[in-house]
Ligand binder design. Structure first.
Ligand SMILES: [Zn+2]
Length: 218
């Protein structure tokens, strides 16, 4: 008998793989029947959870399949979501639209193995970040330094931003350069860390302080 498979995108192999299901379990179930006797021919909705492993690199996945059907007649999968690993670790809240769009495009380029385009989109994220704080400068290089001078990013984040800028420049100007998957992944990870600090964590810390001072604890 064939092993059960579920198709997922493996972020480590960076391709769509048929992962091997090693465990499955049923989640919530609801029926439109008003009493148990009617359940045999009433519509139902249910969730099934799978734990599976990539056949190439053994990365684990947790997948939820939502089912809809009528007993004995049909059953169909209406939705399938990979709950782990999460493609994006960045909370969308508090991220300005142009920055979020560039970030999402960088993720899409990476998924499509377009690593130069991915690095360019990461660089565009930085441009959008600078614009959202209205920092001025003739080049991205100067704008990043202006972010540092305005105390929006600290010294370490400034180094990371310059790293992303450099790899973006390489993708834009050096036509012989062929960026590796690892370079593109690093560009995404450092961009993500910058956005996480500047937007998500800053907003969360402000909220944390507000809550604590409202409770008289600060
Ligand atoms: Zn894999």
């Amino acid at each position: 008998m064939d092993e059960e498979s579920v198709d997922v995108f493996c972020p480590n192999c960076n391709i769509e793989v048929a992962s091997r299901v090693i465990c499955r379990g049923h989640g919530g179930f609801s029926s439109s029947a008003v009493n148990p006797i009617d359940e045999v021919d009433a519509e139902y909705h249910g969730d099934t959870y799978f734990v599976s492993l990539c056949r190439r690199c053994s990365t684990p996945f947790l997948v939820r399949q939502s089912l809809y059907g009528v007993p004995g007649e049909f059953e169909t999968v209406t939705n399938e979501v990979v709950l782990y690993p999460n493609a994006s670790r960045l909370p969308a809240d508090g991220l300005p639209d142009p920055t979020r769009r560039a970030y999402e495009q960088a993720l899409r380029c990476y998924s499509a193995a377009s690593y130069e385009a991915c690095a360019l989109m990461c660089r565009r994220c930085l441009e959008a970040l600078c614009k959202s704080f209205s920092v001025v400068g003739k080049s991205l290089n100067m704008k990043i330094d202006a972010l540092y001078a305005a105390d929006i990013i600290d010294k370490r984040l400034t180094q990371w931003a310059h790293g992303v800028r450099a790899i973006g420049n390489e993708a834009a100007h050096d036509t012989d350069a062929e960026l590796s998957k690892d370079d593109a992944r690093d560009a995404i990870d450092f961009t993500e860390a910058l956005l996480m600090y500047v937007f998500a964590l800053n907003a969360r810390f402000a909220e944390f302080q507000r809550r604590r001072s409202a409770g008289g604890e600060l």
